[in-house]
Write a protein that binds this ligand. Structure first.
Ligand code: ADP
Ligand code: MG
Length: 657
């Protein structure tokens, strides 16, 4: 007896649906992707009961004729690829030809479509119930396509039971739509939930020019997320040709079953990273506001996540995650999107190289944020003025930031959830919230426009505007005044940042950091494991001015310290150092960040000045901070400065609403 039988079509579809249609959000994703592939300029998504009772996606794309409207419900029917080779270079969102038949097999499904090219006003409507075509008829309606999915999983009670609450399902849908809306600012997106509009995002015109794309993205981001202080990223490079690659990143460079790897005769493929990332100090407690796209497809990739953290490095507090919307543009042949049925995960053929370049893109953007060349100006000082400096620090060319976004249409400063723990005084760190446009035009903004840069949606970075010293409170917080309002500086955090960068500079120039010999060298005995760990760190520690040497199996001799470190208890200092380094080593890729981590840890022991600094010392502190590459956070990512502009002050005092 023959045991093997081909599965009936509708059963096969239901099985495929198990992979493609996990929940209502997957339906939304597949339908919206189809609308995108159909060249829509307007997409409307309506849901009811978290998408369980209704998902309807309507577009004004090219639509389908009657034959295609029927064919698209067959499995593996697609207009997007024709040959297996096409898989190696996919430029559309869909290609598997599985979504529509899968969704139709597990819902009550209506497809209404009208070809936009055709002269006839007649369209087609196909009604499918649980995979069985119930009706095909002529229909009117606007050109484009509308797909209505009701009662998802009505014929699969087991699957229906696994759906979460309406709110959870709706949140998944909203998350996906956020990604889609960010990736396509030129498309108008409307989202209606239980008959109430959640967003009505207008289409934002932008050309191919990167500045236009960035400002369109900025506007779309603001429309979705409100005001968050963001900086531009634009980084292009050629990927190394295979011969130049270190072995590890070359593994797997040939796309499976795809075209041949780029030979050295062809120009090396280019790689671009562009988008927006949170300014120093902007972060979240989870990865929810981390939006990463590869060729406009939202993706998950651990390597890229690491790269982001690596790029922020000391600008991010422990346990915090970047806020970003980053687009990676790469030759489709260099990335595999077909490793996950819902195409959520991607695999780069050169994972290590991509990771390194993304980190570099983020790092350079953060550094540029501060490296603005502004000229000293002369406001009328009523108190000592700490003038805006001409930043001239490194040999690298200093570039003006290109904040090309138009001025914000509504000057609100809604405080986003990305807020960091407020300092004692209850102010929010300025860096987390985009400061409002100043009541008075800040001199820095004037300078920017004078040299041909439109004042951007983002006010000039705080350290690029003149600051007047007002005083010190709590022996720790320096109170400053700018034309925009009140500024507070955390003396310790600033000091730590300055020392840290000085140490790194010396390390880079292969110089020994100054060390002060101790009058009485001390011997310190450690537990065997700690001793072994410390032995591996002796090199960087010595270069940083911590004079530690082996003095027996588990004993060390401490005979020098950096001048800014004062320790009462030498053993305690060394044990703390070991503990902190161990803890830090778990978080970071310690092989590569070794010296940075050590420097960061040593700086933590900078003298906590109990007596407040005075006039000239404070001015020096601000000047030194200005010279730093990443002045807005201490090496551990805590803010060094917080700002409260006049608008916020007026709000607090109830002068304005
Ligand atoms: P895929 O997107 O992988 O090709 P789908 O099952 O999602 O597979 O869609 C099948 C085909 O139906 C698509 O290739 C496309 O030709 C057509 N199609 C689906 N949705 C739309 C739409 N909104 N507008 C125009 N054509 C569509
Ligand atoms: Mg599709």
């Amino acid at each position: 007896m023959n045991r093997i039988k081909l599965l009936p079509e509708h059963v096969a579809n239901q099985i495929a649906a198990g992979e493609v249609v996990e929940r209502p959000a997957s339906v939304v994703k597949e339908l919206v992707e189809n609308s995108l592939d159909a060249g829509a300029s307007r997409i409307t998504v309506e849901i009811q009961a978290g998408g369980r009772s209704l998902v309807r996606v309507t577009d004004d794309g090219f639509g389908m004729n009657r034959d295609d409207a029927l064919l698209c419900l067959e499995r593996h029917a697609t207009s997007k690829i024709r040959r297996a080779e096409d898989l190696a270079a996919i430029a559309t969102m869909g290609f598997r030809g599985e979504a529509l038949p899968s969704i139709a097999s597990v819902s009550r499904f209506t497809l209404t479509t009208r070809e936009s090219e055709s002269q006839s006003p007649e369209g087609t409507e196909v009604i499918v119930n649980g995979g069985k075509i119930a009706e095909v008829k002529a229909a009117g309606g606007a050109p484009g396509t509308s797909v209505e999915v009701r009662q998802l999983f009505f014929n699969l009670p087991a699957r229906r039971k696994f759906l979460r609450t309406e709110e959870t399902e709706a949140a998944h849908i909203q998350h996906y739509l956020t990604l889609a809306a960010l990736a396509h600012p030129h498309i108008a997106v409307t989202f209606i939930k239980d008959r109430r509009p959640v967003w009505q995002l207008p289409a934002i015109k932008s050309g191919a020019d990167i500045n236009e794309r960035l400002s369109a993205l900025r506007e779309r981001f603001r429309g979705l997320m409100g005001e968050v202080s963001l900086i531009n990223v634009d980084f292009t490079t050629a990927l190394a040709v295979p011969d130049e690659l270190p072995d590890e990143s070359f593994e797997n460079a040939t796309p499976a079953g795809g075209s041949a790897p780029s030979s050295s005769l062809n120009p090396p493929p280019s790689f671009r990273v562009w988008g927006l990332i949170g300014a120093p100090g902007v972060s979240r407690g989870n990865r929810e506001d981390q939006h990463v796209f590869v060729n406009r497809r939202p993706i998950e990739n651990r390597g890229v996540n690491f790269a982001l953290m690596e790029g922020y490095h000391t600008s991010l507090m422990k346990g915090r995650y970047p806020v970003c919307c980053l687009f990676l543009e790469i030759d489709p042949a260099a990335v595999d999107v077909n490793i996950h049925p819902a195409k959520r995960e991607v695999k780069f053929h050169r994972e290590a190289e991509i990771r390194r370049l993304v980190a570099q893109a983020v790092r350079e953007a953060l550094q540029k944020f501060h490296a603005v060349r502004t000229v000293p100006n002369s406001p009328k000082p009523s108190a000592p003025v700490i003038a805006t400096p001409v930043v001239e620090r490194t040999a690298e060319p200093i570039e003006l930031p290109n904040f090309s976004a138009p001025a914000p249409s509504r000057p609100t400063a809604t405080q986003p959830k990305t807020e960091q723990p407020a300092l004692k005084m209850g102010f929010a760190p300025s860096a987390t919230v985009a400061p409002c446009p100043a009541p008075v035009v800040s001199p820095a903004a004037e300078i920017q426009s004078a040299i041909g840069h439109r004042p951007s949606a983002m006010p000039a970075p705080l350290l690029n505007v003149p600051l007047r010293l007002v005083g010190v409170v709590g022996k720790l917080y320096v109170v400053l005044e700018s034309d925009r309002g009140l500024v507070l500086l955390d003396q310790h955090a600033a000091h730590e940042r300055i020392l840290f960068e000085q140490m790194l500079d010396r390390l880079e120039q292969n110089q020994q950091a100054p060390a002060q010999k101790l009058l009485l060298p001390e011997t310190i005995e450690l537990a065997p494991r700690d001793a072994q760990f410390l032995k591996d760190q002796l090199g960087p520690l010595t270069r940083l001015g911590v004079g530690l040497s082996e003095f027996g199996e588990r004993t060390f001799l401490l005979d020098a310290l950096p001048p800014f470190v004062k320790v009462g208890d030498a053993r305690r200092f060394v044990v703390d150092l070991v503990d902190e380094l161990k803890a830090a080593g778990r978080d970071v890729n310690s092989a590569r960040l070794g010296e940075h981590v050590v420097a960061k840890t040593v700086c933590r022991h900078a003298v906590k000045a109990n007596d407040s600094l005075r006039g000239a010392e404070l001015e020096n502190l601000v000047e030194d901070l200005r010279r730093c590459t990443m002045p807005y956070t201490c090496p551990h990512g805590r803010p060094t400065l917080i700002e409260m502009n006049y608008r916020e002050l007026e709000k607090k005092f109830g002068r304005i609403q």
